[in-house]
Design a protein around this ligand. Structure first.
Ligand code: G6P
Length: 493
């Protein structure tokens, strides 16, 4: 990890000037990988900034990541999610493959009718145990999903009722997904699902439960038979876990071949970062652009807009990946971070967002680097005219942000010079989605290395959990502040 923090400066040239100075800019700053065009040319990245980047620490850290060394020192752990895709120590790769074989066998058993006539799956999990599977199923299983999949995350009883209401207890499997198998929301919702099966008179309700966890003993303690516990390595972080058994509902709904294709698509990025020189290493370039905006330009946020309904869950998936990883204030050695770390990631879908939040992007006082994600090929079912307009809108927004339009009337003046990255997938399929998500993982990792922070712990979420326990106990509740005590009283708790 770097001993001096990396702080890129904002280049003085505008985007228009950068394009004017270099006729090959569009080409030079666009790269293709796994059927995806990554166009970074409308950012303020410059050849000088790339050449000036000291990448020794990054490639060292990458080698340690792939070797299964401890890259998460605050928890004394490796981060072995790439092993799920074949990149890691031989032991980790072999173990991941063996566990995937068990998942496949369980899916085969479901299909062979071992659980009766199953038509739906209730996947209970939260955070990294829900966002990835939800995205995969929503993005890839809209037209050909083989099972009805409901993802239940929130502790809110309304969410429980709604999810259960869409399923038939007689033909539903319940997957309880929790890395730790201690998460309060997930366990509470699992109890509710079990009661639902019992009340419906299902003969062997426990026999319908599947556990997905890195703590198999706890799942067995819960009452789930060992044969139905799918495990994954504790060194796979929650927000990096969709490649493991956490992806079970997607593998079931989309088929194991599709799931494997997604892993292969992700492996392309592992291979890319390991081999590409810095000037062509896409996640590293994107991380450099990110830091140029947070540190050089003082941008607090970064916005991601999916110009494809199938990717509408991408922003929320990325929020956890990016902000839980790099939303830190201290460096690896505990010293304060030298400047801003992760941008606040937000976003939505195009074209909806154009009619809601783009005003601020075009004329507001905040600089917001924007990311557009689009798919060149629409679905077979879709009217091509709609898809054409969707894409044209997407590209028009990037152009408008960059070029602006001057007017003597300040209200009608568009300053331009507002950056965007465009990620254009040839088509959306398991492989390209795997590539896209692994690109974001590696970008987040590269950014952490350049900042000298640990992207793999998340102590920030623990305090609230402790307080939630303490607030439920009348003895410790008394020690809470007057505002909180008054709220509890007002709510009648
Ligand atoms: O999978 P689990 O152990 O149930 O954890 C679920 C989620 O909750 C935690 O609070 C963490 O912030 C997340 O990183 C994690 O994905």
């Amino acid at each position: 990890m770097p001993s001096t923090p990396f702080t890129p400066a904002a280049p003085s040239a505008t985007l228009a000037e950068l394009f004017a100075a270099d006729p090959s800019r569009a080409e030079e700053f666009s790269h293709d990988l796994g059927g995806i065009r990554f166009d970074l040319s409308k950012t303020h990245l410059t050849r000088e900034a790339i050449e000036g980047l000291d990448t020794e620490d990054y490639y060292d850290a990458l080698a340690r990541l792939f070797a299964g060394e401890v890259v998460n020192p605050t928890e004394n752990r490796a981060a072995e999610h790439p092993a799920e895709r074949g990149f890691g120590s031989p032991d980790a790769v072999a173990l991941a493959a063996q566990r995937r074989g068990r998942m496949r066998a369980l899916i085969d058993a479901v299909e062979a009718g071992a659980f009766g006539d199953i038509t739906g799956i209730l996947h209970i999990g939260i955070g990294g145990s829900a966002l990835g599977p939800a995205l995969l199923v929503d993005a890839l299983g809209r037209n050909e999903r083989r099972y009805r999949v409901e993802i239940l995350s929130n502790i809110d009883g309304q969410a429980v009722d709604e999810a259960l209401g869409r399923l038939d207890p007689a033909t539903t499997l319940v997957a309880i997904a929790s890395k730790t198998f201690t998460t309060a929301e997930t366990l509470r919702n699992a109890e509710a699902a079990l009661a639902w099966l019992q009340e419906a008179g299902v003969e062997d309700p426990y026999g319908r439960l599947i556990a997905i966890t890195a703590a198999p003993d706890k799942a067995i303690e819960f009452g789930i038979d060992e044969t139905r516990v799918l495990s994954f390595a504790p060194s796979v972080g929650g927000r990096y876990s969709l490649w493991s058994a956490i992806g079970f509902p997607a593998a079931l709904a989309l088929g194991t071949d599709a799931f494997e294709a997604m892993l292969d698509g992700a492996a392309m990025v592992d291979e890319h970062v390991a081999e590409a020189p810095a000037g062509a290493n896409l996640p590293l370039l994107a991380a450099l652009a990110d830091l140029t905006y947070t540190q050089g330009f003082g941008a607090a946020t970064r916005a991601v807009f999916a110009y494809d309904e199938r990717l509408r869950l991408l922003p929320s998936y990325l929020q956890q990946l990016v902000m839980e990883s790099n939303g830190k204030s201290v460096r690896l050695d505990g010293s304060p971070a030298a400047g801003p770390t992760s941008a606040i990631l937000w976003g939505g879908t195009g074209t909806d967002a154009q009619h809601a939040v783009f005003q601020l992007l075009h004329q507001g006082t905040h600089l917001v680097p924007v990311e557009f994600i689009a798919v060149a090929q629409g679905t077979d079912e879709q009217d091509p005219a709609h898809h054409r307009e969707l894409l044209l809108n997407c590209f028009a927004q990037g152009a408008a942000l960059m070029t602006g339009r001057s007017s003597d009337d300040p209200h009608r003046n568009y300053p331009g010079n507002r950056p965007s990255t465009t990620i254009l997938l040839d088509e959306l399929d398991p492989s390209s989605l795997g590539t896209l998500l692994a690109f974001y993982e590696h970008r987040t990792f590269a950014e952490a290395v350049l900042l000298g922070i640990n992207p793999f712990d998340q102590f920030g979420v623990e305090l609230g959990k402790d307080m939630a326990r303490a607030i439920d106990d009348p003895d410790t509740r008394e020690r809470f502040d007057p505002s909180t005590r008054a709220l509890i009283e007002k709510a009648g708790l």
